[in-house]
Design a protein around this ligand. Sequence first.
Ligand SMILES: Nc1nc2c(ncn2[C@@H]2O[C@H](COP(=O)(O)OP(=O)(O)OP(=O)(O)O)[C@@H](O)[C@H]2O)c(=O)[nH]1
Ligand SMILES: [Mg+2]
Length: 341
Amino acid sequence: MSSSIERELVRCRQSAEEGYELANAKYSDIKNTLIDAANSLSKTDKEQSQVSRIRNSELVEKQKSELQQLRNRIDYIGSDLKNLRGRMKDFSIVVYGRTMAGKSTLMEILTHGNGQSIGKGSQRTTLDVRDYHWNGLKITDVPGISAFGGEADERLALEAAKKADLILFLLTSDAPQPDEAEKLAQLRSLGKPVLGVINVKMSFNINDDLDIEDLQDRMADTSTINATINQFKKFSANHNQDWSGIKFVATHLLSAYQSQDKNPKVFRISRFAEVEEFILDKVRNDGRFLRIKTFADSVAVPMSNVILEIYKQSGNTLRESDVWFDKRRQLGEWREKFLAR
Ligand SMILES: Nc1nc2c(ncn2[C@@H]2O[C@H](COP(=O)(O)OP(=O)(O)OP(=O)(O)O)[C@@H](O)[C@H]2O)c(=O)[nH]1
Ligand SMILES: [Mg+2]
């Protein structure tokens, strides 16, 4: 591991701790606010039960149940945060992409593996979540998305991605699909930072010189590669998102795997070294920020949804407050009559 990455990862760990403290403090604030709201609601409820004439238990009950729903959602944030706490030590990257995109091939290259986890032509090879380490980073190989009948695997992949500091989104150079775009949109709406890798697909035999020449041509044809990336980015409009800032780097994973430690010329042509640099650069430049962000977002993203919910509820409450004003008017009249009598 290079010393610059090692140093940066130590700083990243400190940032993760800061991020955790920040998120935890916000989480406690929110929890206390909800406890205050629950207390004032039960106070109102108690007062009402003493003045049966103006009792409006329906409204109070409704508010109580809405408040309980919010508290349940907040509890969920708490358990997510606890989960993340256990992951404070490692900078974590999840490799995400459709089945057969080459996620496990990427893992085999980074770990100089024996190729056992790579699919052999059938769909859905990886069915569980597997962590490995590379350059001090924890990288996770997950099942592919968009596979027929793979909904449970897909959930597994999404849960892993939610906890990651960075997503490596793997795309293949054959036509990008709208459902892949939908998955990317989902990750972006969770605030996840994404680095794109495009695996240029082309059958390849390392012992065939013509294949090597072909590969060289394919990898040099950057305009075709860029056109595919741009075609994929156009899907962002369907999701009201802007992906113009997402960077992609191209590689040919199959040849990188076959040539690694054996044929430096082919390994160079595969451009895999650019993928490695791409990841390390991101960690060096934005690592600390990404670590704080993971923790802050674990509270901020679900909270922004909760806030939307609260706005909706407060709109309803405002309408219902008319009923209260009416009750108050009735009470005033009743008081006048009582005093007169
Ligand atoms: N013909 C061809 N096949 C490729 C190329 N790159 C990868 N493959 C094949 O595509 C498959 C990719 O396999 P994996 O790395 O296991 O893909 P994955 O993304 O992990 O797939 P899941 O585990 O199912 O999600 C393997 O069968 C590779 O041999 C390529 O450039 N050309
Ligand atoms: Mg796999």
